[in-house]
Design a protein around this ligand. Structure first.
Ligand code: G1P
Length: 293
């Protein structure tokens, strides 16, 4: 019986410069999309796949992330007294999960952030979720990736076909198609220019990694932007074991900058039980006005 993946690492130590001034004193990960902070979408996505232990890599000004996933005694008592059961259940929905927080110290890149979790992960395989990339809650990307990992016993990363003009924002792979949506990866480049990109298959923020990646991190040098890049570590790992890429064709919201964040908010609000009806009417109304202009 293969050991189940029960741990996820969520890097959350970035400075959030693309959201300034909102992120001057509060974490980007806590910006609300409809009624939940951005990072909660990734936690709920993982929880659906049986992940129970979360290691969040934090930095300065990130305390509110810890408070958010902690119990809130006074608030709970208050809601109990007022009989607000639904709200109480909502704020307690993730209470059964374990959270650990590690400070990254210096923001030296994604590989460096993940490396900080080594003492908690030890020799287990684990998931990495970048919370800027919100996967539609109706999709099963992470579970599909886990199933590939259980079948092949190899690390798996999520890929998406992106327009050539956007390729410079991503890690990009060179690979050979193994089956329908599965590629065996032969090489990876972090944020290439359009001409230098080996394909249009970009890495999106979901990874299933095996613990040998930690040894690779030890031998790394800084890459693009002077940072320790996970993409470079993966390039090293394929020297001694297969790495697979799973092409995601479902809905992803790129909430990593202001425009993407607004788009994510609109799309997820349209799907939200609480406000979708009224919000849909508002969007139709405003679209009509815009069409007239
Ligand atoms: C990171 C990775 C990149 C990947 C991207 C996905 O970049 O380094 O390879 O394509 O996440 O969101 P970042 O967006 O943190 O600069």
């Amino acid at each position: 019986m293969k050991k189940k993946i029960v741990k996820a690492i969520l890097p959350a130590a970035g400075l959030g410069t693309r959201f300034l001034p909102a992120t001057k004193a509060s974490p980007k990960e806590m910006l609300p999309i409809v009624d939940k902070p951005m990072i909660q979408y990734a936690i709920e996505e993982s929880e659906k796949c049986g992940i129970e232990q979360f290691i969040i890599i934090t930095g300065k000004n990130k305390r509110s992330i810890e408070d958010h996933f902690d119990s809130a005694f006074e608030l709970e008592e208050n809601l109990k007294q007022k009989g607000k059961k639904k709200l109480l259940n909502e704020i307690n929905s993730l209470k059964h999960l374990d959270f650990a927080y590690i400070r990254q110290g210096k923001a030296l890149g994604l590989a460096h952030a993940i490396m900080r979790a080594r003492p908690f992960v030890k020799d287990e395989s684990f998931a990495v979720l970048l919370s800027d990339d919100i996967i539609d809650p109706d999709e099963s990307l992470l579970q599909d990736m886990m199933n590939i990992y259980y079948d092949y016993e190899c690390p798996v990363i999520a890929l998406e076909r992106v327009p050539r003009a956007e390729i410079h924002r991503y890690g990009v792979i060179d690979g050979a198609r193994e089956s329908d949506k599965l590629y065996r990866i032969n090489g990876l480049v972090e944020k290439p220019d359009t001409e230098g990109a080996p394909s249009d298959l970009a890495i999106i923020g979901r990874y299933i990694l095996t613990p040998d990646i930690f040894d690779v991190f030890e031998d790394m040098s800084p890459g693009k932007g002077g940072e320790y890049q996970l993409t470079d570590a993966l390039n090293m790992i394929i020297q001694h074991r297969p790495l697979y890429g799973y092409v995601f064709e479902g809905k992803r919201y790129d909430a990593g900058d202001k425009l993407g964040f607004l788009k994510a908010t609109v799309e997820l609000a349209l799907k939200s039980d609480h406000i979708s009806e009224g919000f849909r009417e508002f969007i139709i109304d405003i679209s009509k006005k815009l069409m007239k202009d």
